[in-house]
Write a protein that binds this ligand. Structure first.
Ligand code: 13P
Ligand code: SF4
Length: 308
């Protein structure tokens, strides 16, 4: 039996569901029950009847699934699947930041730890951040954390002043604007689409800005000969399946980057073998202390309610 067949067999035996993010390797995406963006994955985690959730993504995503499902087993193929953005917001420092801005509503991007979510009023993802910010009365000041690039973009489109935490995603900050503009000139008729974790100079030249699912839906709805795609390169797998006749070009990274486009090393620590192993061994498990879990659940549920 192949590894894939063994995964499917075990999944059935254990009544497990495999949820995967678009940045996972193609072989992991192909074995998943659902592949989606952070919002879609949390919605699936909230509604699943499975006994076990195998989260093929990074730690904060699996942790969100556990917060929503305290009585289900949640496993992550590799505990080293972290996130530079989540790491850029340590709870102790964020607590001080919050105290420095009393009377502010705290909106946090889902890419943060359970401790940070527990200090938040509402969680958001890149696909609903604008809606979440706009749900707060205009006169109420807002702290937006941890992604300053997404925060800056939402501040611009909403016309709201946001107090930003100084965090960022190393993957989306790796794009080179000079190389991107050169590539654009070399490909007449192409359009640029970008994830809002990218820096403002990248977003300024994009024809569309949205979450991973948003970007896939956009290229489906707007068939073009060529798209230059500024997000983690793993998205190209599903996107290409949706638009087989479109040339998809990954946006180029700066010279000193480890790869020519931009890959998330955290997402890529998960492998099909590790996915099989975690399903078989029921480990590594994600656990969240109950007091933190209860507090973190409130802003996640607010987000899910506002996203219906
Ligand atoms: P979305 O898939 O929600 O757009 O998020 C991208 C990301 O960076 C996940 O870590
Ligand atoms: Fe975190 Fe960036 Fe990787 Fe997403 S792409 S998991 S934000 S480091």
């Amino acid at each position: 039996m192949s590894l894939k067949e063994n995964i499917l067999r075990l999944k059935k035996e254990k009544n497990a569901v495999i949820l995967a993010h678009y940045y996972q390797t193609p072989e992991i995406q192909d074995v998943a029950d659902y592949v989606g963006d952070s919002l879609g994955l949390s919605q699936k985690a909230a509604e699943t009847n499975a006994d076990m959730i195998v989260f093929a993504g990074v730690h904060f995503m699996a942790e969100t699934a556990k917060i929503l499902n305290p009585n289900k087993m949640v496993v992550l193929p590799d505990l080293n699947a972290g996130c530079s953005l989540a790491d850029s917001c340590p709870p102790d420092a964020f607590k001080v930041f919050k105290e420095q801005h009393p009377n502010h509503k705290v909106i946090t991007y889902i890419n943060c730890s359970a401790e940070i979510k527990a200090m938040s009023d509402i969680v958001c993802t890149s696909s609903n951040a604008l809606k979440i910010v706009e749900s707060v009365p205009k006169e109420t000041p807002i702290i937006f954390a941890p992604d300053k690039n997404l925060g800056h973009y939402i501040s611009k489109v909403s016309g709201r002043d946001l107090v930003l935490w100084n965090g960022a995603c190393i993957v989306h900050e790796a794009f080179s604007i000079d190389k991107l503009l050169k590539l654009f000139q070399e490909n007449p008729g192409s359009k640029i689409i970008a994830h809002p974790e990218s820096e403002a100079h990248i977003l300024d030249v994009a024809n569309y800005i949205g979450s991973t699912a948003g970007m896939i839906n956009y290229v489906k709805a707007h068939p073009k000969e060529k798209y230059i795609v500024a997000t983690e390169a793993g998205i190209l797998h599903k996107m290409q399946q949706e638009v087989p006749n479109t040339l998809l070009i990954p946006a180029p990274a700066q010279e000193n980057n480890t790869c020519a486009c931009s890959e998330c090393a955290f997402m890529k620590v998960n492998t099909l073998q590790k996915l099989y192993d975690c399903l078989l061994n029921e480990s590594p498990k994600i656990e969240v202390p109950e007091t933190i879990r209860k507090q973190a659940l409130i802003p996640i549920e607010r987000m899910l309610e506002l996203s219906k």
